[in-house]
Design a protein around this ligand. Structure first.
Ligand code: ADP
Ligand code: MG
Length: 235
């Protein structure tokens, strides 16, 4: 399984009193767990994953069997089973965050989990063959683009990879040591060197994500890193 965390916070400097307090998402981080179906290999190997992990979606619990007579129980804000669709995962985990962002809050959706648990599937799928496959990144951008007005708003995207202590620009691979600047007073963090690309439509966004993915793949091959030790960030 993998964990999806989502949360939003009020921008630190907005204090004109107009920001709504009754946001769809409370300030606290919400944590969901998604269990992916067994893949062909696991079915072939007759792996007993299903006997180790038991989901109790109504109780929002996951039971992890330790041995024949003992198990640990974990509670989550949401429990998404093997049969949960990409649409459902988006609506439960990310849509409330996107709505808060459109209300003027900062928001983050983060996928955490071992390699092969489905993070890229959940976040990054573009669904070019089957639109129902679209992941959180594309669905979020679609909802954002549907809400903004082309006269008054602009949407810009950065795509980065954190590996060890360095930040690489996936939209400009030559830029492989982006510096982090922190405002000592506000604590706000900036990445002044990160490439920012303005997005006009869904197609432009998909091209950008594909470009960044290709660079991520190339960077990981070059550094001989495992993707399990790098973290991609789409802003
Ligand atoms: P990660 O990014 O966490 O390493 P991936 O997203 O690459 O993992 O997923 C590993 C494999 O499992 C991929 O082949 C992916 O297509 C498949 N997979 C992941 N989640 C699901 C799912 N919910 N349904 C079907 N296949 C999935
Ligand atoms: Mg991945």
């Amino acid at each position: 399984g993998q964990q999806l965390s989502a949360g939003s916070s009020k921008p630190r400097r907005s204090s004109n009193g107009s920001a709504r307090q009754d946001s769809a998402v409370s300030g606290r981080v919400r944590v969901a767990v998604r269990l992916r179906p067994r893949n062909a290999e696991e079915i072939e190997a007759d792996s007993d994953l299903a006997d180790c992990v038991e989901l109790q979606p109504e109780l929002r619990r996951l039971k992890l069997r330790k041995n024949n007579w003992d198990f640990d129980t974990y509670e989550f804000d949401e429990v998404l089973t093997e049969s949960a669709s990409q649409k459902r995962v988006y609506e439960i985990v990310a849509k409330p965050v996107v709505e808060s962002v459109l209300d003027g809050y900062n928001g983050t959706v983060m996928a955490y989990g071992q390699t092969g648990t489905g993070k890229t599937y959940t976040l990054g799928r573009l669904g070019e063959d089957d639109a129902s496959d679209r992941g959180i990144m594309l669905r979020a951008m679609e909802d954002i683009l549907a809400e903004v007005s082309s006269e008054n708003d602009s949407v810009s995207v950065s795509y980065l990879q954190v590996y060890m202590e360095t930040i690489q620009d996936l939209l400009n691979p030559a830029n492989d040591h982006i510096s982090i600047v922190e405002d000592p007073k506000s604590g706000d963090v900036f990445l002044p060197d990160a490439t920012l690309v303005e997005i006009w439509d869904r197609k432009g966004f998909m091209e950008l994500v594909k470009f960044g993915e290709a660079n991520r793949f190339a960077a990981n091959n070059k550094l001989n890193t495992e993707s399990s030790r790098s973290h991609a960030i789409l802003m």
